[in-house]
Design a protein around this ligand. Structure first.
Ligand code: ZN
Length: 74
């Protein structure tokens, strides 16, 4: 199975992450992050959590309950 980065679309080929045309028969794909994109996403998460903890980002939207489902006014 070929691993492909869900951000940059590089594929792992013999331990290296390379740009490739996956349309040309790469076989089954497994999506994930290459090391560069993984580090970038991890930093984005850290920044988000830091800003959230400082109150600069609103908390996550309220999850609908069984009482609120269907109460949407259009
Ligand atoms: Zn990547």
């Amino acid at each position: 199975m070929t691993r492909i980065c869900c951000v940059c679309n590089k594929i792992e080929f013999h331990g290296a992450w390379v740009t490739a045309d996956v349309q040309s028969g790469a076989g089954p794909l497994s999506h994930g992050y290459c090391p560069v994109c993984y580090d970038n996403e991890l930093e984005n998460i850290r920044l988000f959590l830091r800003e959230r903890d400082r109150g600069r980002i609103s908390p996550a939207p309220v999850v609908p309950t069984k009482d609120s489902v269907g109460a949407c006014a259009l």
